[in-house]
Design a protein around this ligand. Structure first.
Ligand SMILES: Nc1ncnc2c1ncn2[C@@H]1O[C@H](COP(=O)(O)OP(=O)(O)OP(=O)(O)O)[C@@H](O)[C@H]1O
Length: 236
């Protein structure tokens, strides 16, 4: 694959902190537009902390980083919502609002990100639900949906503002293998249409079935399967 424009994620010598603890250091990598990259590593190795740094839930205190053309170093708090409009975030635990219908969950996000026109909101919701194969679910409540369907709604929600990248933290963690495979199919389609994806996972079966570049958190560093040393250390 060849990439021509600026990367959607670019980190140089970044350190990732939780409180005063350094979780990762000397982190340098790019994710190009339209790339699909896995993030692996043992529990507690820093995957979520790295993702949180990328979507500005943790401040970038050391090194240089940019995501979707936003510089993360000294990013003012009031800029964070604008960064979030250009990215999509997907968690393992679905975090839908359970007292609202699917359409209301999606409307909530659109209104919070500046959408006002009712017919455009309706159209956008219909488009993203179609994209995740749940166009008939708009009026359903989250508890009336299966775990896999709820995860599809979360993906639809992440797609609302046409993000340049999706950050997904264990998106298949709570799903059975068949359902997880359906979610991976959906991610592949989304990726094929040009959205980059950085996905933290423990699921090596999925990585084997859908092989892509791998970043690995190991002993406070991030190794990259595109760099030869990684293959020597990990037998990839
Ligand atoms: N809110 C927090 N405050 C302080 N330390 C934290 C916090 N969240 C995580 N940590 C610590 O940071 C380290 C990295 O945790 P992190 O959640 O990033 O790992 P992970 O690779 O995502 O793990 P898992 O695969 O279990 O999700 C761990 O030592 C963890 O205890």
């Amino acid at each position: 694959m060849s990439f021509s424009s600026t990367p959607v994620v670019s980190l140089r010598d970044v350190a990732v902190f939780q409180d005063v603890n350094t979780i990762l250091s000397n982190v340098s990598f790019d994710v190009e537009k339209g790339e699909f990259v896995y993030l692996v590593g043992r529990t507690g190795s820093g995957k979520s902390s790295l993702l949180k740094t990328l979507y500005a839930d943790l401040p970038l205190l050391a090194g240089h980083g940019s995501v979707a053309d936003f510089k993360l170093t000294k990013l003012p708090r009031k800029q964070v919502p604008y960064l979030r409009r250009k990215i999509g975030i997907i968690f393992q635990d679905f975090q839908l609002l359970f007292d609202r219908s699917v359409a209301e969950n999606l409307t909530f996000v659109l209104r919070a990100t500046g959408w006002k026109d009712k017919s455009k909101i309706k159209q956008r919701i219909s488009d993203v639900l179609m994209r995740v194969g749940l166009d008939a679910a708009a009026s359903r409540m989250p508890h009336q949906l299966s775990g896999g369907e709820q995860q599809r709604i979360v993906i639809a929600r992440a797609l609302l503002n046409e993000p340049v990248i999706l950050f997904a933290d264990e998106p298949t963690g709570n799903l059975d293998p068949m359902v997880a495979d359906g979610i991976m199919h959906l991610f592949s389609e989304i990726n094929n249409s040009g959205t980059a994806i950085l996905m933290a996972t423990h699921n090596y079966e999925i990585i084997n079935r859908y092989p892509k570049r791998v970043l690995k958190c190991l002993e406070g560093k991030v190794l990259d399967s595109q760099v030869q040393e990684f293959n020597l250390i990990n037998g990839f």
